[in-house]
Ligand binder design. Structure first.
Ligand code: SF4
Length: 501
């Protein structure tokens, strides 16, 4: 399958037919939603949880409103801690910067902690091709996806859609694991395999959950311990972060941490939370000799200038919105054709790619609002997606959007004219009724030629009734008036009393 956002519809048709995968993912999502809901009760009842989310949203608002100042403050304090801060305008520059570090430190092997931004910029592929290094993902799910060469299924559980048989098959094929379907044996084999690679790694690359401006520290969150290894054993640590990952201080960071872990895996806190304050100091026994943070823009500062799209930068990557989304749960990650599937992909992808390429993503949303109702960072997914639709219609070129085609524009113009004029609306309904009902079978229209054929391919439309609601309403009123008049003729005294009363 050619997985690209442009192929959303064709891939979705294939994926939606995978009933077993769909049922499994819906079941897993149900379990995680239950765990997350339960974990959120630590804040108290529903309104206390809303307050906790509102506080998280306020922290993100403050961070975004003061983004430039916080990033500068972070850089100053990180430098003071001995961390070198590098800035990248786009994916290409970020990859080149890391390649420069690989060459400078004569790196041959890289161990990696799961990092969405590294996937976003295509770092693994770039470094293996351009710098000739070997890269090993440390997160088991991410490692499986890396071996398989596919997209992560979910931003938190990259291989959550795979059966144990599929996982065993991939590991047998790529790293010679003796075939087993026993999960503990699989994990044990991969651990031994990766431990050997990790011990030889010269450079560790990770993402950043939060950069704390007031101290120049990095917070990283995980359950497996691989990130702690990646950040402390190799000679060099490179942390990648997008510009919005900064927050003012530890109080803010810890509140967001509580929301992140509860909405991510349903835990009060993850097994490991690392706070990194610079490379190894003279008195310390471990830690990297050199530490870098690469701060990546990649289209975000353009979104930042739009008051509504600025909201798209709120995300703390908990992944909760994905397991709420009825579309994502039925079609899975592949149709999104990129590393951020589900609602978060719909919101982020147009900023980083463009409005044309990603049109099916933000248009496939039903605007049910499930994502928005649980988001701990207060993102307005629906406003953002409707904004993208408006931008696309108008041909907003800030994000590479060309205007919708003349046929579509004309269709919407006619529709708008008809909806604004009662006479035209009535005439349109009459024509539509005749046109549609001619094709009705047993009360349903199941197919249609021409431009409407796609819509009818997977939907049936009930035959249009002979009378509209307005006509029926008028008829009822007339009937009621007629009955009242008849009663007045038959019983004039009662009618007179009623009138007096
Ligand atoms: S948009 Fe909200 S719910 Fe979705 S991943 Fe980001 S923070 Fe979590």
């Amino acid at each position: 399958m050619d997985l690209r956002p442009e192929n959303f519809q064709s891939v979705a048709e294939i994926e939606v037919a995978k009933v077993a995968q769909r049922d499994f993912v819906v079941m897993v999502a149900g379990v995680f939603n239950y765990l997350c809901d339960t974990a959120m009760t630590a804040y108290g009842d529903g309104s206390a949880q809303d307050e906790a989310r509102a506080a998280g949203a306020q922290i993100r608002t403050n961070s975004l409103n003061n983004l430039a100042e916080l990033l500068q403050e972070f850089e100053t304090n990180a430098n003071r801690n001995g961390i070198q801060v590098l800035w990248a305008a786009d994916a290409e520059e970020a990859c080149q910067l890391v390649k420069g570090l690989v060459e400078k430190h004569q790196v041959k092997t890289i161990s990696k902690g799961k990092s969405m931004i590294s996937e976003e910029i295509g770092l693994n592929h770039f470094l293996e091709k351009e710098a000739g290094v070997k890269i090993y993902e440390g997160d088991l799910g991410e490692f499986i996806v890396q071996l398989r060469g596919t997209l992560p299924f979910h931003i938190v559980g990259p291989a959550i859609n795979m059966t144990v048989q599929e996982i065993a098959g991939v590991l047998q094929q790529h790293i010679d694991m003796p075939y087993t379907e026993v999960a503990t044996e699989i994990v044990s084999y991969v651990r031994t395999y990766l431990r050997d690679k990790f011990e030889r790694a010269d450079m560790g690359i990770t993402g950043v959950n939060q950069a704390i401006a007031s101290t120049g520290s990095l917070m990283l969150v995980e359950n497996e311990g691989n990130i702690r290894w990646v950040t402390s054993a190799p000679r060099v640590h490179v942390a990648l972060m997008s510009i919005e990952k900064v927050c003012a201080n530890f109080a803010d960071a810890f509140h967001l941490l509580g929301l992140l872990t509860r909405n991510c895996t349903g835990q009060a806190i993850t097994s490991y939370v690392s706070v990194l304050n610079g490379p190894r100091r003279a008195e310390e026994v471990d830690g990297p000799e050199a530490m870098y943070v690469v701060i990546i823009d990649n289209g975000r500062s353009i979104a930042y200038q739009d008051p509504l799209l600025k909201d798209a930068l709120r995300c703390i990557r908990c992944g909760r919105c994905g397991i709420q989304c009825p579309i994502y749960l039925r079609i899975g990650a592949n149709p999104y054709g990129w590393i951020y599937p589900g609602p978060i992909g719909n919101v982020i992808a147009p900023v980083i790619m463009d409005l044309d390429r990603t049109r099916d993503l933000y248009e496939a949303c039903t605007l049910c609002g499930g994502c928005q109702s649980v988001c701990p960072s207060g993102m307005s997914h629906l406003d953002i997606m409707t904004h993208y639709r408006q931008m696309k219609v108008k041909g907003d070129d800030r994000f590479g959007g060309t205007r919708i085609c003349i046929k579509e524009r004309s269709g919407f113009k006619i529709l708008a004219r008809g909806m604004q004029n009662p006479g035209l609306y009535k005439a349109g309904v009459k024509i539509a009724r005749r046109f549609l009902n001619q094709r009705s079978q047993d009360g349903y229209i199941t197919q249609m030629p021409g431009p409407m054929s796609g819509w009818f391919r997977c939907r049936d439309f009930p035959e249009m009734p002979e009378k509209t609601f307005r006509q029926r309403w008028q008829d009822e009123l007339q009937e009621e008036a007629r009955q009242t008049a008849d009663r007045a003729v038959a019983h004039p005294e009662a009618a007179a009393q009623n009138e007096e009363g």
